[in-house]
Design a binder for this molecule. Structure first.
Ligand code: NDP
Ligand code: 8X3
Length: 256
């Protein structure tokens, strides 16, 4: 098998329209990795494509990860030069709400389980067979500190990220024979659109999540993902927990 240099690699990134996914697309473009950027927001996809295609080949796919028909159609319909996917970054996801279990909004529960868990599975299922056939590929799953410990009112979001942790481990076991690298990065507090989504557009509340300390920036996580995918092929970074220095755990955060 020829050694793959970043110049002839293609990465598919879900949730590339903002935050960690967008920063990862930018970081990969600097390595010369060609990109398939995915998300629902058409304008954000178009603008990112225009920005990055000065450096690398970029194809955008607009689909909702919840819809498995759309997922399969998008991936099966990729133009020839984007069909071989070397790196899959399963990043699309969000928290919806922050409520105690007894008053939780069941639509929020559906959103988190359908997007963070089932969406990740649908995209993975559409791409993994080609990696297995080639015996080559790298999957990065974006988990969370919420997938390592539960915090008050985090209940179902945590459940979705514990599931990502389990899926990350399960993929690594099942794909071991095929030589496919599988690893997760589990961030703590990263300043992105995450809290805007969690608090349904309440910008003041979202902003307050990141006040009084230095949260991680999406670029901090993207830089680590870039490092993960540029290690030699025998090195698999399997599971990382990455926190802002001010954060000791889900519930211990040193604010000024
Ligand atoms: P953002 O809200 O900035 O980004 C979320 C991304 O997911 C967007 O690009 C969005 O695209 C995409 N997305 C959401 N729902 C869907 C859907 N139904 N179909 C397709 N794409 C979807 O948040 P982050 O960058 O912070 O989040 C990225 C990942 O990081 C998530 O998995 C999150 O759980 C995880 N994470 C975030 C942390 C944080 O503190 N920010 C900490 C730990 C983990 P679009 O709206 O265009 O569809
Ligand atoms: C995002 C971090 O602590 O809000 O996954 O769950 S947290």
């Amino acid at each position: 098998m020829p050694f793959l240099t970043p110049m002839n690699m293609t990465a598919l990134i879900t949730g590339a329209t903002s935050g960690i996914g967008k920063a990862t697309a930018i970081a990969f473009s600097k390595e010369g990795i060609n990109l398939i950027i995915c998300g629902r927001r058409e304008k954000a996809l178009r603008e990112l494509k225009e920005q990055l295609e000065k450096k690398v080949k970029v194809h955008s796919l607009q689909f909702d990860v919840r819809d498995k028909t759309e997922v399969n159609k998008a991936i099966e319909g990729l133009p020839e030069e984007f069909q071989k996917i070397d790196i899959l970054v399963n990043n699309a996801g969000n928290a919806h709400g922050l409520d105690p279990i007894q008053t939780g909004n069941t639509d929020d529960w559906d959103a988190m389980l359908d997007i963070n868990v089932k969406g990740l599975l649908y995209v993975s299922r559409a791409i993994i067979p080609q990696m297995v056939a080639r015996k080559q590929g790298h999957i990065i799953n974006i988990g969370s500190i919420a997938g390592k410990e539960v915090y008050p009112n985090g209940n179902v979001y945590s459940a979705s990220k514990y599931a990502v942790d389990a899926i990350n481990k399960g993929m690594r076991i099942d794909l071991n024979e095929s030589g496919i690298r599988v690893g997760a990065i589990n961030p703590g507090m990263v300043e992105t659109g995450f809290s805007e989504v969690r608090f349904k557009g309440d910008s003041e509340r979202a902003k307050s999540v990141y006040e009084g300390y230095q949260p991680l920036k999406p670029e901090d996580i993207a830089d680590i993902i870039r490092f993960m995918v540029t290690r030699p092929e025998h090195v698999n970074i399997a599971d990382l927990l990455v926190l802002p220095t001010a954060q000791a755990s889900s519930t211990i955060l040193k604010k000024e």
